[in-house]
Design a protein around this ligand. Structure first.
Ligand SMILES: Nc1nc2c(c(=O)[nH]1)N[C@H]1C(S)=C(S)[C@@H](COP(=O)(O)O)O[C@H]1N2
Ligand SMILES: [Mo]
Length: 325
């Protein structure tokens, strides 16, 4: 991927693997910012070669609603064990093939029920939103999980710019669909009706935890994690967090989403992490926190709303979460 300078630029001589990231954490620590999240920085590992290609991002720290026992998942796992079916269904396929996707130039169309429909270019996105770091748990519906230090901005900041109309109730997102660069979409066994589509209720989309991520571990996103921008809704199963977004539309009805369309009895529209509602084919009570091995499976209990209950339970008051899974 081509190099991109994001203001203010950091000399490339300083972009050695973890140094920029760690140095920034030291600065933030010195400034007394972001206590809980910063304590996690100590366990920071990484795969130098892969990370070196990425461009450093400037951002500020915020307080994180994190449990004390959550330590960051190593970079090599975050960027090496992925679901991005556009590039294949094997966990190692995205890391191998996602750089066949070109992410520069990139444009996101924002339309539907908004007063000011328009197009955002990557330059606008990286240059005009205030970036911050958010360390979030990511819980896949397949019962594995990670802890990822994202860099991004609240989705609400983006939506407000386009002025959602009062009739708007839902937001629909679409991923890039470019078969010549996405070998998984050309596969005869591919099961998804492309492009990958996801959706949120508007109040979920406007919730302060809902992030548009443009980076992780202090640098622009690896392609396999959804470059150049992807959604992160940390209290929902990972499949809601749609990658490499090119279209955002405000709607007055609930949009159809890829997984729901494929297997509605297994994957709901809400997809809130819930240890009490099992997937029809497996339990959701526990998860494997990566890195996990046969001899050290690192199995931990799954928490309601992935541990963000205090922040998001209010969105679902009065709803039957067994029916609206
Ligand atoms: N476009 C697209 N977005 C996607 C997926 C996908 O296959 N295609 N997989 C989802 C699933 S199932 C998960 S668990 C997360 C994984 O994100 P990560 O690879 O960055 O950890 O991305 C989600 N977003
Ligand atoms: Mo997932």
């Amino acid at each position: 991927m081509s190099q991109r300078t994001i203001c203010p630029p950091i000399p490339s001589s300083e972009i050695t693997p973890e140094s920029v990231y760690l140095r920034r954490r030291d600065l933030m620590r010195a400034a007394g910012l972001g206590g809980a999240a910063l304590a996690l920085g100590a366990s920071m590992p990484g795969s130098a070669a892969a990370e070196q290609e990425r461009t450093a991002l400037e951002y500020s720290a915020t307080d994180q609603p994190l449990a004390a026992d959550d330590s960051l998942t190593p970079y090599e796992h975050v960027s090496g064990y992925n679901n991005f079916y556009e590039f294949g269904t094997d966990k190692s396929d995205p890391a191998r093939y996602a750089d066949e996707m070109s992410v520069d130039p990139w444009a996101v169309d924002v339309g539907g029920l908004v007063n000011k429909p328009g197009t955002l270019h990557l330059e606008d996105i990286l240059g005009s939103f205030d970036l911050e770091e958010r360390v979030y748990r990511l819980r896949c519906v397949e019962a594995w999980s990670m802890v990822i230090p994202w860099v991004g901005f609240p989705l609400a900041d983006l939506l407000k710019r386009f002025e959602p109309r009062s009739e708007a109730r839902f937001v629909e997102f679409r991923t890039l669909y470019r078969p010549e660069e996405m070998r998984g979409t050309r596969s005869l066994t591919s099961i998804i009706d492309w492009p990958y589509r996801e959706g949120l209720r508007l109040d979920e989309a406007m919730h302060p935890l809902t992030l548009m991520a443009v980076g992780l571990y202090g640098k622009t996103l690896p392609e396999q994690n959804g470059a150049p921008l992807r959604l992160v809704a940390p209290w929902k199963y990972g499949f809601k967090s749609i990658k490499s977004i090119v279209s955002i539309r405000l709607l007055d009805r609930q949009p159809e989403t890829s997984w729901q369309e494929l297997a509605p009895q297994e994957y709901g529209f809400y997809a809130n992490v819930n240890p009490d509602v099992d997937h029809p084919r497996w339990s959701q009570k526990y998860e494997r926190r990566l890195p996990s091995t046969l001899f050290n499976p690192n199995r931990i209990p799954t928490r309601m709303f992935n541990g963000y209950e205090e922040q998001v339970a209010g969105l679902y008051r009065g709803m039957d979460l067994r029916k609206l899974y």
